[in-house]
Design a protein around this ligand. Structure first.
Ligand code: BTN
Length: 324
């Protein structure tokens, strides 16, 4: 059930710059005036700036820039995504938390976010470096009504969502490196990890995890990734409000996910290919057995990479690494 506290934050945030009287809050939330006062004091402790004026009431002047369940939800323009947020100051991996929650029945659209991951997971069992308060380390639980073999499309959808936000909000020119990397100036700024629990023809749940390097300085990136990784701050020369970015990503994700569910994959494919990294270029494709030169053509309807090999054959690739 929604807590009184989060109902109070919602009510205050709906007023924009206007005041809401203690009486109105008391009527709407069915709590006493002194209980309201106590809640306001608690909110102030969390970093909310609340103004209380005699004969006018209360209004929020500022929200804390500390990520929490409340600060994400305050001003979040979604209908179902992020209506339940689990925030951890530190956790081995938000993927692990999300799997546990999903197995316990957490609903579609539940979001798990951490300030820091101590054992962040990347694709192909790699580590994902997730420094405290420097980036967005998030997992989303989805229960999509699609066949399991189509789940990789959700990774591609997520990549187009992140690319869209980086383009429109940050005026950057991101590229998507198949299947799951967002690239800025030939360096990786974000990665996506999709994991799923499914039966033969039914998905129980999907966890979409993504990491975004937001406010790292160049010198804060570990040596092991410094040549291939970047952050939004490095690319734009300015720090970014993490909460605002999260809210924009969630709102865009919800919109594009609904569009995908109602209209299907073609629109995602088109957006992906518009931003595809090295499309039309000859590149090295490393698969388990070999390294081959091929021209990247785009993606197939099932999310596979399409590449034209030297003998002219266009192949579908499901698991491989594309050279930088
Ligand atoms: C990759 O590029 O290999 C995928 C990286 C995915 C990292 C994110 S951060 C949030 C979520 N929790 C994890 O442990 N991994 C994903």
């Amino acid at each position: 059930m929604e807590s009184t506290r989060s109902k109070l934050i919602k009510l205050l945030s709906l007023q924009d710059d206007n005041y809401i009287s203690g009486q109105e809050i008391s009527d709407k939330l069915k709590i006493s005036r002194s209980a309201i006062w106590k809640h306001m004091k608690e909110l102030e402790k969390d970093g909310y700036e609340i103004e209380a004026k005699r004969n006018k009431g209360y209004r929020i002047l500022g929200s804390p820039n500390k990520v929490s369940e409340n600060t994400i939800q305050w001003g979040l323009e979604t209908n179902w995504l992020g209506k339940k947020v689990i925030h951890k100051a530190s956790t081995p991996s938000t993927q692990i938390v999300a799997h546990q929650l999903a197995q316990e029945g957490a609903g579609h659209g539940t979001v798990v976010i951490a300030d820091e991951q101590t054992a962040g997971k990347g694709r192909l069992s790699r580590d994902w470096y997730s420094a405290k308060n420097k980036g967005i380390w998030m997992s989303i639980i989805l229960r999509p009504n699609i066949l399991p073999y189509l789940a990789p499309q959700l990774t591609l959808l997520t990549a187009t969502v992140l690319a869209d936000v980086f383009q429109k909000k940050l005026q950057l020119a991101p590229k998507i490196k198949w299947p799951n990397d967002i690239i800025l100036n030939d360096k990786k700024v974000s990665g996506i990890l999709t994991e799923m629990q499914a039966e033969q023809d039914k998905i129980n749940y999907v966890i979409i995890g993504f990491g975004i390097n937001v406010n790292h300085e160049q010198k804060e990136l570990p040596n092991t990734i410094i040549n291939r990784a970047t952050s939004l701050k490095i690319e734009t020369g300015q720090a970014w409000e993490i909460i605002e970015l999260i809210q924009r990503i969630l709102a865009t994700f919800e919109e594009k996910y609904e569009e995908y569910m109602s209209k299907g994959f073609p629109i995602v494919k088109q957006r992906w290919e518009q931003n595809g990294y090295r499309i039309g270029e000859k590149t090295k494709i490393k698969s388990f057995q070999s390294v081959d030169e091929a021209v990247i053509m785009g993606i197939a309807d099932d999310g596979a990479l399409l590449a034209k090999y030297q003998d002219g054959e266009v192949k579908k690739i499901y698991s491989a690494e594309i050279d930088w």
